[in-house]
Design a protein around this ligand. Structure first.
Ligand code: NAI
Length: 271
């Protein structure tokens, strides 16, 4: 069913990181933000841009694509320079970036390669600090702007196959609180993470045993898994003026999974 448009983001400008293909959470978010009247730059790592998919989204949403490796301060500074040139100030940033080399290579948590850990940590967690630092130095955010990243409940609870991404997400959520304090106090800008249900995207499907896990989470959640489209709607609300005083939070968009001990559906399998 098509979601109605309410003009919630009319006149707002921003940057959306991490749309890879049409399954990406950032892709759906860009489509919804566009429907709600926002204008934005789409950014992704140069290697992702080479796929060419992002140009389709750019065309559809009337956006410009600017490549940036989110671990490179140099790339990020150039990106924010371009955003400043184009918009002056901006109102929102979506960080929808994650990657673990240990997960990709199927290396067990107990056998972790620390060089791979460093790389994944930089891409999945520290890059959020770097993005905010680039925005901070440019003083590019309008008052009451909103900065968001995406997280997963493995930051709070153990999910064996999520590997070092669990630790990266815990760090990401901590950065959200630490930097969020200064954004709030000095700039009246809010910073949050949305902790999303397992979602069949390129990053999601890279996790071992993903399809069984997706089904398990769905059956555990009273409202069922939140889809990428559900996440896009939540992102719109977090970028809108309706959530001005929500900050330094990890917000679960998970159909009730995080506070369900067991569901009847799952329990029935053991009777
Ligand atoms: P995706 O694979 O579509 O998006 C991940 C993005 O990260 C890609 O666009 C990729 O190009 C980008 N990226 C990787 N390295 C980069 C770098 N060095 N610089 C800039 N961008 C880089 O997958 P998805 O699922 O849409 O992931 C988005 C976010 O949602 C990630 O933070 C992920 O951890 C999070 N998330 C995903 C869940 C899932 O089950 N799919 C569940 C909860 C959170």
């Amino acid at each position: 069913m098509k979601t109605m448009s309410y003009g919630l983001l009319k006149g707002k400008k921003g940057i959306i990181f991490g749309a890879l293909d049409e399954k990406s959470i950032a892709w759906k978010a860009a489509e919804r933000c566009h429907e709600e009247g926002a204008e934005f730059i789409l950014s992704n790592a140069p290697v992702a841009l080479r796929m060419g998919e992002l140009n389709k989204l750019a065309e559809k949403t009337g956006s410009e694509v600017v490549g940036a490796d989110a671990t490179s301060m140099e790339d990020l500074t150039a990106l924010f320079d371009r955003a400043q040139e184009k918009y002056g100030k901006i109102d929102f940033i979506l960080h929808s970036i994650g990657m673990s080399v240990n997960v990709r290579k199927g290396i067990h948590y107990t056998e972790m390669d620390y060089n791979f850990l460093n790389k994944g940590w930089d891409i999945s967690a520290v890059s959020f600090h770097k993005v905010m630092k680039a925005a901070w130095d440019k003083d590019i955010m309008n008052e009451w702007g909103s900065i968001l990243a995406l997280s997963y409940i493995a930051a709070q609870r153990s999910f064996p196959d999520y590997n070092d991404m669990a630790d990266n997400k815990a760090y990401l959520e901590s950065i959200t609180r630490s930097f969020g304090y200064f954004w709030g106090k000095d700039k009246n800008v809010r910073v949050n993470t949305i902790s999303q249900s397992p979602t069949p995207t390129t990053a999601g499907q890279g996790v071992k045993g993903f399809s069984g896990f997706l089904k398990f989470a769905d059956e555990m959640s009273p409202l069922g898994n939140a889809t990428a489209d559900d996440c896009a709607n939540y992102i719109v609300s977090m970028f809108s003026d309706l959530t001005k005083k929500v900050t330094m939070q990890n917000l679960f968009n998970d159909g009730g999974y995080s506070t369900t001990g067991v569901s009847e559906k799952v329990a029935e399998r053991f009777t």
